[in-house]
Ligand binder design. Structure first.
Ligand code: SF4
Ligand code: SF4
Length: 139
């Protein structure tokens, strides 16, 4: 029997990673909106989505919410924080400095803490300037 990987969720009108994360091939720094992001009112936010110029790092990216590590109600745009699960670590990328501490991030953070405890995952906070701090050790 082969284990099946759950289908990734569709991003819908979320585009939080397009601000929170750096895109080196576009020279877009973390914390600044991508110039190709057409905004939530567009049918599709990424203006390069179907084009060959769409950066490979964007094509390859999928956040922890899209990968169903977090429940549907914690889509990243609700908190302004993009959770990324990678190599046994959960990284919380803020779209704007301080988002992790804001009221709107509390429900998502509570869930992240529960997930961290259950899976023994260390959790890091990544600010737009690239500074990183350990929030939970995961032990
Ligand atoms: S942050 Fe996640 S859900 Fe939002 S657009 Fe990026 S990959 Fe999709
Ligand atoms: S190129 Fe598209 S997917 Fe990549 S950051 Fe910009 S808007 Fe987002």
């Amino acid at each position: 029997m082969t284990a099946t990987t759950p289908e990734p969720r569709r991003c819908g009108d979320c585009g939080e990673c397009c601000t929170a994360l750096a895109v080196p091939s576009l020279r877009k720094p973390a914390g600044e909106p991508c110039p190709h992001d057409r905004g939530p009112r567009s049918t599709r936010r990424c203006g390069l989505y179907d084009k060959p110029e769409r950066p490979p790092e964007c094509r390859a990216f999928s956040c922890a919410w899209a990968n169903r590590v977090l429940p549907a109600k914690h889509r990243p745009d609700a908190a302004g924080v993009v959770a990324v699960a990678n190599e046994g670590v959960l990284a919380l990328h803020e779209s704007a400095a301080g988002n992790v501490e804001r009221h709107r991030a509390r429900p998502m953070l509570a869930r992240v803490m529960a997930t961290s405890t259950r899976r023994r995952l260390p959790v890091f906070r990544i600010r737009p300037d690239g500074s990183k701090s350990l929030i939970v050790s995961g032990n």
